[in-house]
Write a protein that binds this ligand. Structure first.
Ligand SMILES: [Zn+2]
Length: 506
């Protein structure tokens, strides 16, 4: 997966020595605790957006997960961190922690767990990543590429693909992925169990969690779970280590019933999400009608899931039923107006249908929620059409960082913009000496457009002179101008010449 947007920059390289709040060990760090918190605050929202958005169909599930998280955070070694816990609307069984205690768990993982003790094992583990400053130490070790990089949007998708399959729930792998080292994982398991015990949970839950992960990694589903295994590599070592410690703790609570009650809605909706998975597969195979059939099922089961409606929009668009596509995107936005993706899809569709004002409104909203390259590209186009060249330039610059067709097109637009804004940079100017001993400037127009009012500057010997070319310079042509400066010794040609200004002609 391409990583193409560095959402934060470590402000200054200040290396300090500090005591790790969890392990008590002395360690070097280039990131202060304040910076960690700032990194988490800045990246939490966009990361959630790029991974399906927050799960909103059952707000009581969010409350429940947060309460379990806060219960563990309160007994952690850094109870003062601004912890937050959210459930993401994402199938992939994954969880992650950002520096500063910003934690997320996917609904796909919640479905695999059986009770609150297992959930506490996940959240306790993630709390240790934050509390023990694993992110900060990754950065200090220089593996910045793996942490703090938030890849916003859909890097692998081209201009068309982004609209058709640009469901954020599918881009999990391109988003936040903190690859902690093996030692960090073992440390998180170890202290996570301590937190579980302190909060009154049965630490056996941590053993079962690792057993589940090992089992999953061996199952035929493994490919689908690469994301999870990349960020939390399962291993029998982790199972063994957790198992060995269980006996040293007193027996705690499991809270199976209240966990099952909390995920009841998820369980009820599981068939709808399965139909969604089938629809995505059909879309990827360009089977629009087939996709709609699956989505009909999904929507009949759970009409309030915005993702289903957005996918319906993609399917209708694939079938070139634009009116239906627009309606479906609108429904998706109505179901969840805090998610970037349906705004982006509708914005692009409106743009293609020539409704620029409405398109711009959607694209801007989408961009505010998550600045994707696709939104940038279309906002760039709109700025260009409105002759807002500086603005267009910054949008295309952002879009140009993405891969694929969109990146190529953005770079072409940037070139065109540069020609528009600074045509003189497309002129090559070189000095020469005429036979009669005068200084000449040779001006070549390398652009595909004619230029007029070209001004070049000649400087040397402590003086400078500007010269305006007397005529239009055609595209891909060269002209020689006599500067009137007597210059006998060609061998000592030390004048500098450059193009100052030019105006494009159509
Ligand atoms: Zn981990």
């Amino acid at each position: 997966m391409k990583k193409w947007l560095l959402a934060f920059i470590v402000p200054a390289l200040i290396v300090g020595c500090s005591v790790n709040p969890v392990t008590g060990k002395n360690e070097l760090s280039i990131v202060s605790p304040q910076q960690e918190i700032a990194i988490g605050e800045k990246n939490y929202r966009p990361s959630r957006q790029s991974q399906g958005g927050d799960y909103y169909l059952d707000p009581s599930l969010q409350t429940y997960i947060a309460s379990v998280g806060q219960r563990l955070a309160a007994v952690s070694d850094r109870p003062d961190l601004p912890y937050e816990f959210v459930v993401l609307n994402n199938d992939v069984p994954n969880a992650w922690a950002m520096p500063g205690g910003k934690i997320a768990i996917n609904r796909g993982l919640l479905l695999l767990l059986e009770d609150e003790a297992q959930l506490a094992a996940v959240l306790g583990h993630e709390i240790v990543h934050a509390a023990a400053r694993h992110g900060a130490s990754q950065m200090t070790r220089g593996t910045l590429a793996n942490i703090g990089l938030v890849t916003l949007g859909v890097a692998t998708q081209g201009k068309e693909g982004a609209q058709l399959y640009g469901m954020a729930s599918q881009v999990g792998a391109a988003a936040w992925m903190a690859k902690y080292g093996r030692d960090d994982e073992l440390e998180s398991d170890h202290y996570g169990m301590n937190y579980m015990a302190k909060a009154g949970y049965d630490v056996q839950g941590a053993v079962e969690l690792q057993e589940k992960f090992v089992e999953l990694s061996q199952s035929r589903q493994a490919g689908f779970l690469d994301n999870l295994f990349a960020s939390h590599p399962p291993s029998t070592q982790r199972v063994t280590e957790n198992r060995a410690r269980v006996a040293s703790f007193s027996k705690g609570e499991r809270y199976r019933e209240r966990y099952q009650k909390a995920i009841a809605q998820l369980k009820k909706d599981a068939p709808a999400y399965q139909a969604e998975t089938a629809a995505k597969k059909a879309l990827a195979e360009k089977q629009g009608r087939e996709a709609i059939k699956h989505l009909d099922k999904a929507v009949a089961h759970q009409p309030d899931e915005g993702h289903f409606w957005e996918l319906r929009g993609h399917a209708w668009k694939m079938l070139e039923e634009h009116e239906n596509a627009q309606k479906a995107y609108t429904t998706a936005i109505k179901k969840n107006d805090k998610f970037f993706s349906p705004y982006l899809a509708r914005g692009v569709l409106l743009y293609e249908r020539g409704q620029r004002t409405a398109a711009e409104r959607d694209l801007r909203r989408s961009y505010e929620l998550l600045p994707t390259p696709t939104a940038s590209y279309y906002l760039g186009e709109l700025s260009l059409q409105g002759k807002q060249y500086d603005q267009a330039n910054s949008y295309f610059k952002l879009a140009a960082q993405s891969g694929g067709e969109l990146g190529v097109q953005s770079r072409q637009k940037l070139q065109a913009l540069q020609l528009q804004m600074q045509p003189q940079t497309f002129l090559t100017v070189t000095p020469a000496v005429s036979r009669s001993g005068y200084l000449l400037v040779k001006v070549a127009n390398t652009s595909p457009r004619a230029m007029d009012r070209i001004i070049v500057e000649v400087s040397g010997g402590g003086a400078s002179k500007t010269i305006r070319l007397p005529a239009v310079l055609k595209a891909n042509s060269t002209v020689s101008i006599n500067t009137g400066i007597a210059y006998m010794a060609e061998a000592q040609l030390n004048y500098r010449v450059r193009a100052l200004k030019a105006v494009l002609l159509d």
